[in-house]
Design a protein around this ligand. Structure first.
Ligand SMILES: [Zn+2]
Length: 346
């Protein structure tokens, strides 16, 4: 009896060691915060990076906490980046921190004064939550992910834009800088969107760009005179897919195979951006967190790739899972039982 029990225990231990030694995927959850942003990255080492926290209030904080705790099985958020100070990005930081521990906060620098496009209560709540410990990111900085320089499929998260500057700039340049044959600037964006942090996540051969709410003129500087991002596999479409962003100069430079739009039912996923994405050489699939109810079916992606069809929604998320060898990835909408596999480009 004892011998049989010990054999049983040994086989369990063996099974556990095999499971824990199995190579892990890199997962990205695009959480539905209905026109805000909340992108949760979980590395193969189980380390987590949350980019933006949705709107103030309980709804978005609860959705993010659910994805982190129940779906991804995390105990804490290791790194939380607030791309800029708008309420649909920073608003959930304080309520979320009451639902799950958040270890390190990063941003582009606390505002010296509260501009007309910011809400003082959200900045105050963030200051109370972070207690002066938040780290200011500059272009070229890296989020210190564990093991980010080791192994064949190493992980790195590098800042390519922040505070109105792009990689290589150390002072604020004029926002509009003529560059390129078909240079077409838009009026200077004086909102905090132009200060957004843009992050390039690299996992082995897989590349993903999240540019927060970067707008047209700064996007141009990311792509001209030099393509600072390079081509990517997956693009989280800038600024919820608004047409004030998604300058074709940048979007064509990124040339993603898969584009994911964190839109709301009546925000983002605008026709100009949709057309820009649809015409890309490499584009295979466009996913939307929400159908844009303000436009036609032809200006939305195919129904199967829309996580939430109706305004009264369940808050369905989109999940991206990169294989341990980084050579392929799967995009799924679990609530709709949609799943498709793609090859990484290089
Ligand atoms: Zn936004």
């Amino acid at each position: 009896m004892i011998k049989r029990l010990s054999l049983y225990l040994i086989s369990i231990l063996f099974f556990v060691s095999i499971v824990s030694a199995a190579p892990q995927t890199l997962d990205i959850y695009f959480i539905d915060v209905e026109g805000g942003a909340a992108t949760l990255i979980v590395t193969p080492a189980g380390e987590s990076l949350l980019i933006d926290t949705g709107f103030p209030g309980d709804r978005d904080a609860q959705r993010i906490a659910h994805a982190a705790l129940e779906v991804a099985g995390l105990k804490q958020i290791d790194h939380c980046v607030i791309t800029h100070w708008h309420r649909d990005h920073v608003g959930g930081a304080a309520p979320l921190s009451k639902l799950i521990p958040i270890k390190h906060f990063y941003d582009h620098g606390l505002p010296a004064t509260i501009a007309s496009d910011m809400q003082a209560e959200n900045i105050e709540a963030y200051k109370l939550t972070t207690q002066g410990t938040s780290i200011t990111l500059k272009p070229g900085d890296r989020i210190p992910l564990q093991g980010s320089t080791r192994g064949p499929a190493s992980v790195s998260a590098r800042v390519l834009a922040a505070g109105g500057m792009v990689l290589g700039e150390t002072n604020r340049e004029p926002q509009v800088r003529p560059c390129g044959e078909n240079f077409q600037p838009k009026p200077e964006d004086t909102s905090d969107n132009a200060n957004s942090i843009g992050i390039l996540l690299v996992f082995g051969g897989f590349k993903f760009f999240d540019g927060g709410d970067l707008t047209w003129n700064v996007e141009n500087r990311l792509a001209c005179p030099r393509n600072l991002v390079g081509s990517v596999d997956v693009f989280q479409v800038d600024h919820h897919g608004n047409d004030s962003s998604n300058n074709p100069v940048l979007v064509q430079a990124l040339n993603p195979r898969v584009a994911i739009i964190n839109s709301g039912p009546r925000k983002g996923a605008e026709p100009g951006t949709f057309a820009t994405l649809s015409k890309l050489r490499a584009i295979d699939s466009i996913y939307q967190l929400h159908r844009n109810l303000r436009t036609s079916d032809g200006e939305n992606t195919t129904s199967a790739y829309i996580a939430n069809e109706a305004e009264a929604c369940q808050g369905n998320f989109i999940k991206l899972s990169v294989a341990a060898d980084s050579k392929s990835y799967t995009v799924s909408i679990p609530a709709r039982q949609i799943s498709r596999r793609y090859q990484t480009r290089r």
